[in-house]
Design a protein around this ligand. Structure first.
Ligand SMILES: Cc1ncc(COP(=O)(O)O)c(C=O)c1O
Length: 357
């Protein structure tokens, strides 16, 4: 088979929906079609243009630089396929979301890594990126906010990095699927001509089911991005884009809904980490993040222990193994308050934290 496995998504497929205390899913609680307060026709062909125009208004990006795509996943795939050629190398952040590595590998590209260091608070250090690029590097891939840490990079560091990369004719891809919670209505696309971004309605707006995604790219890349849709889905479903338009127009209300109870849940998580008396450590993510990245300094945490916890106590977190960091785990608090509270108590037992759990 040409395409490599994406082990994290296989893990998610195995466990999501199977546990009572899901502290692994990273997206806002799912909004229903009824909550969007409207219906869409399945063959609304004008939906693509209306989605593009709604995105243009929300983000202040020209319509000519926007391509609607099928989900954030489809958007990222399209960006990589459009921005590279055979023989190019792609440089991806580590720790990082597994698909960002497997997609370029599946397209036959060589993937190298650069580190976002815990000791630097997972900041985006342009020097570290530059030290890792080679003559074949054509694309650098980062997430902002960073998945798994939930840390937000400064505009200055992104702009500075983009500027250095532009001098070497390298694209900077910023996956922004989690950005709306941290900085609504913004995009890194405006921070440099060589910055290309992808996002979707999935995570922050709680709308995974419409598969409404998009990329922001310079006009010269639009035809190449569009070609990917022809290969993968032929014509993308108009209904995805119709829902995408409704979501974009209703984004502020969806964000408000997503933020409900978030501060309270965050307090629980802060306490969970702080009360571990040094067993756990993290760089606190931004205030509205739905997840954080935690180091078990005793080395207790592992994929097998986490799966045992899921089987025996019904609590699930995302194992660090899938992000190239055994001994770490990504903890999410997108579930209801009571679920998060009881989930943390059970997680304390699974990790043998001895914190009264
Ligand atoms: C960084 C990142 N990009 C993209 C996606 C996928 O987005 P979508 O569900 O819209 O395809 C995810 C999902 O977890 C993600 O974490």
């Amino acid at each position: 088979v040409l395409l490599p496995r994406i082990e994290y998504l296989d893990f998610a497929g195995r466990w999501f929906g199977q546990v009572a205390y899901d502290l692994a899913s990273s997206g806002s609680a799912i909004s229903s079609a009824a909550e969007l307060g409207t219906t869409v026709a399945q063959d609304e062909l004008a939906a693509r243009d209306r989605f593009r125009s709604a995105l243009s208004r929300r983000y202040g990006v020209p319509e000519a630089e926007i391509v609607p795509c099928v989900g954030g996943s489809g958007a990222f795939f399209a960006l990589v396929a459009a921005a590279t050629s055979r023989g190019d190398h792609v440089l991806v952040e580590s720790p990082g979301y597994e698909s960002l590595i497997r997609v370029p590998q599946g397209l036959g590209l060589e993937v190298r890594r650069f580190e976002r260091r815990a000791s630097d608070g997972f900041s985006l250090d342009p020097e570290r990126v530059l030290a890792a690029i080679g003559p074949e590097t054509r694309l650098v891939v980062v997430t902002d906010p960073h998945n798994p840490s939930g840390v937000v990079a400064s505009d200055r560091s992104i702009a500075e990095l983009a500027d250095y990369l532009a001098q070497r004719d390298v694209w900077l891809c910023v996956d922004e699927v989690y950005l709306e919670l941290a900085a609504p209505g913004t995009t890194a696309r405006k921070l440099g001509d060589n910055v290309i971004t992808c996002s979707s309605a999935t995570k922050c707006w709680g709308l995974p089911w419409p598969r409404a995604g998009w990329v922001f790219v310079p006009e010269r890349l639009v035809a190449d991005v569009t070609r990917v849709e022809r290969h993968v889905v032929g014509l993308a479903p108009a209904s995805s884009f119709a829902w995408g338009e409704r979501a974009t127009l209703g984004a502020d209300a969806l964000l408000e809904r997503a933020a409900r109870g978030l501060a309270q849940k965050r307090e629980l998580v802060d306490r969970f980490v702080n009360d571990s008396v040094g067993a756990l450590a993290w760089t606190p993510p931004h205030a509205r993040s739905l997840f954080g990245w935690i180091h078990d300094r005793r080395g207790h945490c592992s994929l097998s222990r986490i799966e045992r916890g899921a089987r025996q106590r019904g609590v699930l977190v995302s194992p660090g193994e899938f992000f190239d960091a055994p001994g770490w785990f990504r903890l999410s608090w997108s579930a209801e308050l009571e679920i998060v509270q009881e989930g943390l108590r059970r997680l304390g037992q699974v990790l043998e934290l001895g914190n009264g759990g």
